[in-house]
Ligand binder design. Sequence first.
Ligand code: AKG
Ligand code: FE2
Length: 213
Amino acid sequence: MALIPQGPRTIAPGAVHVPGWLTRSAQRDLVAACRDWSRPPAGMTRVKTPGGRWMSVRQVCLGLHWTPYRYSRTHTDGSHVKAFPEELARLAVAAVATAYDDPGDYAPDIALINYYDSAARMGMHQDKEEHCDAPVVSLSLGDSCVFRFGNTENRNKPWTDVTLESGDLFVFGGESRFAFHGVPKTMPGTGPSDIDMGAGRLNITIRQSGIES
Ligand SMILES: O=C(O)CCC(=O)C(=O)O
Ligand SMILES: [Fe+2]
């Protein structure tokens, strides 16, 4: 964590990094919530791509269940996906208001929680299964990572590598909503010791699905 709190930094038009946005106590609360959401039924699982490859992150979804590359109401274990909690909606609305001068109407209804062990990474991709171009809100907990924020054309350069630490917020919307992004690596052992989280990194990605309930 930086000794002097840093304000929002625009990485690309509509893509804003806010270091240290979550207090330690908010981080602890979110870690505890992630632990609850991870429990079965509809808990944290490994995810297989249609090509038959396993993603290296483990994932649990709230509101709608995402599997590459679509949303459904049913978890792969057959149970109904867990509800998207109102407190996450409030947090995400506050996040968008921090990132943008004009936050517009934001009505998030889904979240994906990714757990990265020391070997996990996420390839360059777009978040494009939503039927809506409202911003994506991303919160990081635990180990730091390199978050690669690319362009909207393809998964190649130009990109900007941003270090996301525990408590950081990253919002991408507007012109950057469909930018390719990924996590080429995490930095094991860099997470804070006072948020009641073991090894690894958690990322909570909150979105507005645009899918009728
Ligand atoms: O872990 C991250 O910071 C990014 C996660 C992500 O891009 C996703 O879940 O779509
Ligand atoms: Fe993503």
